[in-house]
Every structure is written in structure tokens, then in C-alpha cells.
Design a protein around this ligand. Structure first.
Ligand code: TRP
Length: 331
């Protein structure tokens, strides 16, 4: 256990869960559990940087946990926990914030995008969001962080901050590395394949929810945006088809080349029909398990309590070192 490398990742409980959450994140984490010491967090503190209804936030926090387990994350192997249960995240975030330059946060593209979209709620949490994310990662002496390419810049900050702290005091943090999967690090919107699939997309045909009925899934795939080239090929000139191929490959595990070959003389129609079937089959057992977990609040409670206790031990150890090196008097 001790010499396993550490992995940390998290999902925000900020919207209904989509195929993108599952394929782009959680599904990839399952295979890592035996080889690594994994921490899978529900990052509720991050999610309040945009307004949340308390009741929905509570429900969605449990939903993310239920998805983790339905997808195959085993709480006996990995540490599943809720971010706000381990107060060290906030505490380390404060210390790191005093070592983060305004310029670094101003450069964050996600922040710049959010400013453009959400001018009514320009709170300072949105601005310092990447510092909290760095604290999440650094507290657990994380070696590897599986994230989509949209989070790479945030991870870069975590790396810079770890090195900055280590250089200023002495070796304290592991410098984390990104772990970005080869095939399609992100699942894109079905109507606008230039943006990430998310429930906040304006067009409901753009995303597939884990809870969508099979007919709905079939309809959304049928209507998904492609192009007029009419060839099933994975390339940047065909972003819609590329995204569908990514989904296909992520679910079946087949190589992209093999899928291209299989549909060489076939049109989009047939490709889409098959893809819709594949998605429906994949989600069926996950949805069933997910509902089982959601109906067993006692079990969910046990998992997050045990998880928080395990996470807290590790996090406290790092935080103690940080406080000591900073010059705070131990209690
Ligand atoms: N910012 C990440 C996202 O929106 C979520 C997140 C928060 C995270 N803390 C993290 C991901 C730490 C990896 C590691 O996807």
C-alpha cells in the first residue's frame, strides 16, 4: 500500500450527471484502483463558486458518489470522500493562496470564460478556484491526476505551487503530473462539438444524461451533429464524427482504426444506430446500480464517513508539515 503511487481526482456535484462525466472521467478511474492508491473526491466546495440550491447540492453530492460506485469504484480499494468533510483543503488553500500571484489566476482560461458567461456572479471563489484545486491535489502527495485537457492549466498551477513551496522551505510536496487519456480526453456536446458535454449546455440534444431513457438516447444520437463528408473518420475536420468515435471507442475499448474500418463503406446512419445501442447497453447496468445506491442512504453515509476519516489522516499529516514550515506554532 505504502509504495503505490497516489492518484487524486474529483467531480463537481453541480448538475445532472451526463455521459461526459461518466466516459470522460469516472469510467477511466476504475482501472486504476489496483495499481494506485486512489482518492476520488466529490468537490462540493468548488461547486459553490456558481450559485447552488442547497437541496439540489445535497442530492447531487450523493449522486456523484453513487455514480462513482455504480461505475465500479470500490470503496474498499479507493478512498471516496466529500471535499467539505476534510477541512484541510480550505486550510492549505489559504496558505497556497498567499503564494499565488494575481497574474497567474488572471491567465486562467476557465476563469476568463466564466467572466464572459456569468457576469452577475463574479465572486472571488471563481478566481481562487485553481488554488483550492491545487490544495486538493497536494494534500495527498498526489503523483498523478487524471483530468480532461480543460483542467491542464489548473494542474500546471498545482505543479508550480508545489515547487514554489518546496523551494521556499524544503521538500514538502510531490510535484503532480497530469494523466490525460490518449483517446478523447473529453466528451463533447453532441450539437456543438467544440464545447464540453455538460448539462449546462443550452440545447438538451447536446448531452446525454445517465438517466435518459433508451429512446431519448437513440434520438439524441440520431440528431447529433456530423458533417457532409459522409465518412466515419477520426480527424479534426470532422469534430462531430470524431466525438462519436471517441464515445464508441471509450465504451467498447475498440481501437479507432478498427471502428473506422468497420464503417468504411457505411453511412452515418448505420454508425449512429450501432452507437446508440452501445450506449444504451453500457448505461443500463450502471443506471440500475446507481439507483440501488441512491436508495441506500445508510450505505452512502458509511462510505463517505469512512472515506473522510481515511482522507483526513493523510491530509492532516501534510498540513501539519506545511504549518510548521510556515512558522505557525503547533497547538
Ligand atoms: N476542476 C475540476 C473539474 O471541474 C474538478 C476538481 C476539483 C479536480 N479539484 C480537483 C479534478 C482535483 C482533479 C483534481 O473538472
Amino acid at each position: 500500500m505504502e509504495d503505490k503511487k497516489v492518484i487524486f481526482s474529483g467531480v463537481q456535484p453541480s448538475g445532472d450527471l451526463t455521459l461526459g462525466n461518466y466516459l470522460g472521467a469516472v469510467k477511466n478511474w476504475v482501472a486504476l484502483q489496483d495499481e494506485y492508491d486512489c482518492y476520488y473526491c466529490v468537490v462540493d466546495l468548488h461547486s459553490i463558486t456558481v450559485p447552488q440550491d442547497p437541496k439540489n447540492l445535497r442530492r447531487r453530492t450523493l449522486e456523484v458518489m453513487a455514480l462513482y460506485m455504480a461505475a465500479g469504484i470500490d470503496p474498499n480499494k479507493s478512498t471516496i470522500f466529500i471535499q467539505s468533510h476534510v477541512s484541510s483543503h480550505i486550510e492549505l488553500s489559504w496558505v497556497l493562496g498567499t503564494m499565488t500571484y494575481l497574474g497567474e489566476l488572471n491567465r486562467m482560461t476557465q476563469f476568463k470564460d466564466k467572466i464572459q458567461k456569468n457576469e452577475k456572479n463574479l465572486n472571488s471563489g471563481l478566481f481562487t478556484y485553481p488554488v483550492l484545486m491545487a490544495a486538493d491535489i497536494l494534500l495527498y502527495q498526489t503523483d498523478l491526476v487524471p483530468v480532461g485537457d480543460d483542467q491542464k492549466q489548473h494542474l500546471e498551477l498545482a505543479r508550480d505551487l508545489s515547487q514554489r513551496f518546496n523551494n521556499k522551505y524544503s521538500d514538502t510536496f510531490i510535484v503532480p503530473e497530469p494523466m490525460i487519456s490518449k483517446v478523447g480526453a473529453r466528451i463533447m456536446d453532441l450539437q456543438d462539438p467544440t464545447v464540453k458535454m455538460s448539462k449546462s449546455g443550452d440545447n438538451e440534444n447536446g448531452y446525454i444524461l445517465l438517466m435518459d431513457a433508451p429512446d431519448t438516447i437513440r434520438r439524441k444520437i440520431k440528431r447529433s451533429v456530423t458533417d457532409s463528408m459522409n465518412r466515419v473518420k477520426y480527424c479534426d475536420e470532422q469534430p462531430g464524427v470524431k466525438n462519436l468515435l471517441t464515445i464508441y471507442s471509450k465504451i467498447t475499448g475498440e481501437k479507432i482504426e478498427n471502428i473506422e474500418e468497420k464503417y468504411r463503406d457505411k453511412g452515418y446512419k448505420e454508425f449512429k444506430i450501432d452507437l446508440a445501442d452501445i450506449i444504451v447497453e453500457e448505461l443500463k447496468p450502471i443506471r440500475e446500480k446507481y439507483l440501488e445506491y441512491m436508495n441506500d442512504k445508510k450505505y452512502l453515509e458509511k462510505v463517505y464517513k469512512d472515506g473522510a476519516a481515511k482522507a483526513e489522516k493523510v491530509a492532516r499529516k501534510t498540513l501539519r508539515k506545511v504549518y510548521k514550515k510556515t512558522g505557525f506554532i503547533p497547538r
